[in-house]
Write a protein that binds this ligand. Structure first.
Ligand SMILES: Cc1cc2nc3c(=O)[nH]c(=O)nc-3n(C[C@H](O)[C@H](O)[C@H](O)COP(=O)(O)O)c2cc1C
Length: 191
């Protein structure tokens, strides 16, 4: 299973990136995970969408070729960061690479809310671009109070209860991606 992960924070010590790396290592037997580079994407420009720069082309291609996408986002001002929205805007145009793509959302905050508002916003955006979202019930990865749950030295999530919950969600996401793929194969076979 090939998964592409988009992290909505581009800062070096990002907790959201630490979560992404934890996921990459912890579930490496069930999936091969790569990171999408959103740092190098230029601002979305509709004049360029039919002939986008190489960084955009590569970014879109990585999503198009993936079996599923994980979006891990901080909350900025009750919403998702501009860099993430910019990346989604590029991906939403011309060859609309998110249409039907299985997507899971997750996020980490320092404070109490665990990115709840950002993820609600993200779900609206992804619904608008017809992504195939892992249903939220039982699958909302909202990690709050990050400094208590991550090991800064190791740069990984270490809170046992959170990891146990993550195991259940990743299990369901794996199944969700596999069944979406089977449904697609069946659809193409049926013609
Ligand atoms: C511009 C900006 C806006 C923020 N707005 C919120 C917010 O609305 N809600 C929240 O819980 N945290 C907010 N934060 C704090 C982030 O949760 C915190 O910086 C977090 O560590 C960012 O994720 P990262 O560690 O992956 O970079 C904001 C931070 C920044 C820089």
């Amino acid at each position: 299973m090939n998964i592409v992960t988009i992290v909505g924070s581009i800062r070096k010590e990002s907790y959201n990136m630490q979560l992404a790396k934890t996921i990459q290592e912890r579930y490496n037997t069930i999936m091969n995970m790569e990171f999408a580079d959103i740092r190098s994407l230029p601002h979305f420009d509709q004049d360029e969408e039919n002939n986008p720069p190489e960084s955009v082309r590569k970014f879109k291609e990585s999503i198009a070729n993936a079996d599923g996408v994980i979006i891990i986002t901080p909350e900025y001002n009750w919403s998702i960061p501009g860099v993430l929205k910019n990346a989604i805007d590029w991906a939403s145009r011309v060859d609309k690479v998110f249409v039907g793509k299985p997507v899971m959302a997750a996020g980490v905050s320092i404070g109490m809310a665990g990115t709840l508002r950002a993820q609600l916003n993200l779900r609206e955006i992804l619904t608008g671009i017809q992504a195939n979202l892992l249903p939220p019930s039982g699958n909302e990865v909202l990690i709050n109070f990050a400094p208590q749950k991550f090991d800064d030295q190791a740069g990984r999530l270490t809170d046992e209860m959170t990891l146990a919950f993550l195991d259940t969600v990743m299990d369901k996401f794996g199944e969700f991606v596999r069944s979406s793929k089977n449904a697609q194969l069946q659809g193409s076979y049926m013609g």
